[in-house]
Design a protein around this ligand. Structure first.
Ligand code: CIR
Length: 252
């Protein structure tokens, strides 16, 4: 069970963040509302949420998931793979230190937390545009020192591993076609996303509830078969910035 989360408010400059999406200009007031609803939802699920203020000069900093990984026994501060995001991690470190011992990923290693999928004490680490081989190995070794196992997973397209594969409870993963037959996940049951609903792949399991973006009815119907309560959240504005539900928080 998660008891805590860390989030950060989207700043007025959030539309200057990195994106590959072509879904129009995002709206600051609207992402503010959507983010507030997200935080309230976590609180409803019993999490104590530490809400950080927006970080001027770092328009993507509200995607806090990318700058750290907090496990039951240790926190890892990453080195984000995109140049404009380097530095976000230093401001969150003192907050995380209040909860866990901290270990850092160092150059030449880069890791974005969006590439790290935790399933119990096993971690899948995507090697992507943002997470390189050195970062993946550093992270894997740290996790192993603290009693976890890990697997590297090449991510050939898309931003992060968790843009395409997420854990939705028990031994079930929600996956895009790209990962449907991937050997790394052979031991798991899989729910396959429709090609036009892949954004909903970034569904978040919190305390036996599934948070999923609204507007993806076929994915919702598939998730309903798992028997867990489903909470739909409007994510239109973060989606315009390549962000999803997992990116908005660090959960522990
Ligand atoms: C970026 O490109 O870094 C941000 N605009 C989006 C990051 C999304 N993070 C995530 O999926 N964990």
């Amino acid at each position: 069970m998660f008891t805590h989360a860390i989030t950060r408010r989207p700043g007025p400059d959030f539309a200057d963040g990195l994106t590959t999406a072509t879904l129009g200009t995002p709206d600051h007031a609207l992402i503010g509302d959507q983010h507030r609803t997200y935080v309230k939802t976590l609180q409803t699920l019993g999490l104590e949420v530490v809400e950080l203020a927006a970080l001027p000069g770092y328009p993507d900093a509200y995607f806090v998931e990318d700058v750290a990984l907090i496990t039951p026994h240790v926190a890892i501060i990453t080195n984000p793979g995109a140049a404009p995001r380097k530095g976000e991690q230093t401001t969150i470190e003192p907050v995380i230190e209040q909860f866990r011992d901290v270990v850092r990923i160092t150059e030449p290693g880069t890791v974005d937390g969006g590439d790290v999928l935790m399933v119990g004490s096993h971690f899948f680490i995507g090697v992507s545009e943002r997470t390189n081989q050195s970062g993946c190995e550093q992270l894997g070794q740290i996790l192993k020192r603290y009693g976890n196992s890990w697997t590297a997973v090449p991510v050939e397209s898309g931003l992060h591993l968790k843009s395409a594969v997420n854990h939705v409870g028990g031994t079930t993963l929600l996956v895009t076609e790209q990962f449907a037959d991937h050997g790394a996940f052979r031991r798991y049951e899989k729910i396959l996303l429709d090609v036009d609903e892949e954004y909903a792949g970034n569904t978040l399991l919190i305390n036996d509830h599934l948070l999923t973006p609204s507007g993806f009815p076929r994915t919702k119907a598939k998730l309903e078969r798992l028997g867990l309560p489903i909470i739909e959240l409007e994510m239109s504005e973060a989606r315009k910035m390549d962000g999803g539900l997992t990116c908005f928080s660090l959960r522990f």
